[in-house]
Design a protein around this ligand. Structure first.
Ligand code: SF4
Ligand code: SF4
Ligand code: SF4
Length: 331
């Protein structure tokens, strides 16, 4: 590895074990910028001047690509009012690579992907586990993906977010190279400021009605709606980081918070097995004789089975217990 990359990797805070893996995520001029400026703000004009000096014809285009790929982020207010950029760290860059450069990411060995994700989950937990535990204990802490929503609650939330929304590839599923479930499912309020996907020309814009159709479609495919703070997540049970963390912390039902108890009426059930396919946690399952069964101890209260039971045999009952009063062990 060239020395310039080695120095840049330190600035990007790439763990040494991932220096080789990180190479395809960065370009040589980005390494040169990192070595020249570290993580300090750099005026956009200065970046373009240097890129031209280093023999790059379309400096503005390269600057935008580095910004779009989240190697650089915009920082406002510095450098006498002009637009400045600064290097992001590897923890910020890696999901963008997985989300938006899937062909290059597909070249990685499974072993590399597994160790990257093991490291990434650890950093994620170092930063968020305390907040997750506080939410599980009933405290009001702002965080991503903290409560499950019914379909209707998801639609109601969409109604508050405007007439158009921006849909992004889910970073948990992209990093896990998920192929079993839809990946373009992260639904965000359409915001246009610096460092937003819109400003980086990423994602797909859908109307409110198109977004609701998308939610209905992916709910049928077994993705669980959860959300607040202008983001509706559509999560699975394997790749989703909050779910992985909740498993480790043992916070099932409390983080992500479930507001509904699942009730199964065996008399209405026609044993079609749809719920056994849709549930991410095998709470509905088939026993050895092929008979449909329900184990409430495995249920996370996500509500998608009730939305998809063709006979109305699964209903929801609002929970009365406060979060945190009965933390479950689910390790
Ligand atoms: S929390 Fe859910 S929707 Fe959001 S990025 Fe992770 S799996 Fe995707
Ligand atoms: S989806 Fe409904 S009817 Fe079908 S097996 Fe499950 S509970 Fe029974
Ligand atoms: S059984 Fe529980 S975890 Fe499974 S789909 Fe239904 S509500 Fe979700």
């Amino acid at each position: 590895m060239k020395e310039i990359y080695r120095k840049a990797m330190e600035i990007w805070e790439v763990p040494e074990a991932f220096y080789e893996a990180a190479l395809p995520m960065y370009r040589e001029y980005e390494a040169a910028l990192a070595v020249s400026f570290g993580r300090d703000p750099i005026p956009g004009r200065e970046i373009c001047r240097l890129l031209e000096e280093w023999g790059n014809a379309d400096a503005e285009c390269l600057l935008f690509e580095s910004y779009q790929r989240n190697v650089l982020e915009k920082c406002e207010g510095g450098c006498s009012g002009e637009m400045c950029y600064r290097m992001t760290d590897f923890y910020s860059r890696y999901p963008y690579f997985a989300q938006y450069e899937p062909e290059a990411y597909a070249e990685f060995s499974q072993e590399t992907v597994d160790s990257l994700n093991e490291w990434d989950l650890k950093v994620y937990m170092d930063r968020t586990a305390q907040a997750a535990l506080a939410i599980a204990a009933g405290k009001d802490v702002p965080m991503h993906q903290t409560q499950y929503l019914t379909l209707q609650e998801s639609f109601d939330m969409m109604d508050t977010l405007g007439e158009a929304l921006i849909i992004l590839p889910c970073n948990c599923k992209a990093m896990g190279r998920c192929t079993e479930k839809p990946v373009n499912v992260c639904i965000n309020k359409l915001e246009k400021g610096p460092n937003t996907p819109y400003d980086r020309k990423l994602g797909t814009i859908l109307t409110l009605e198109e977004t609701k159709k998308l939610i209905r479609r992916i709910n049928k495919k077994g993705l669980m709606q959860s959300g607040e703070n202008n983001v509706l997540c559509n999560c699975d049970g394997v790749y989703c980081y909050p779910t992985k963390m909740a498993r480790i912390l043992g916070t099932r039902l409390h983080y992500p918070t479930s507001h509904y108890e699942t009730l199964w009426d065996e008399n209405l059930c026609v044993r079609c097995g749809k719920c056994t396919k849709i549930c991410n946690f095998e709470a509905f399952y088939k026993d050895q004789a092929g008979k449909v069964k329900f184990d409430p101890e495995k249920c996370w209260g996500c509500t998608i089975c009730s939305a998809n039971c063709p006979k109305g045999a699964i209903s929801l009952k609002k929970r009365v217990t406060e979060p945190g009063s009965n933390l479950t062990e689910n390790r």
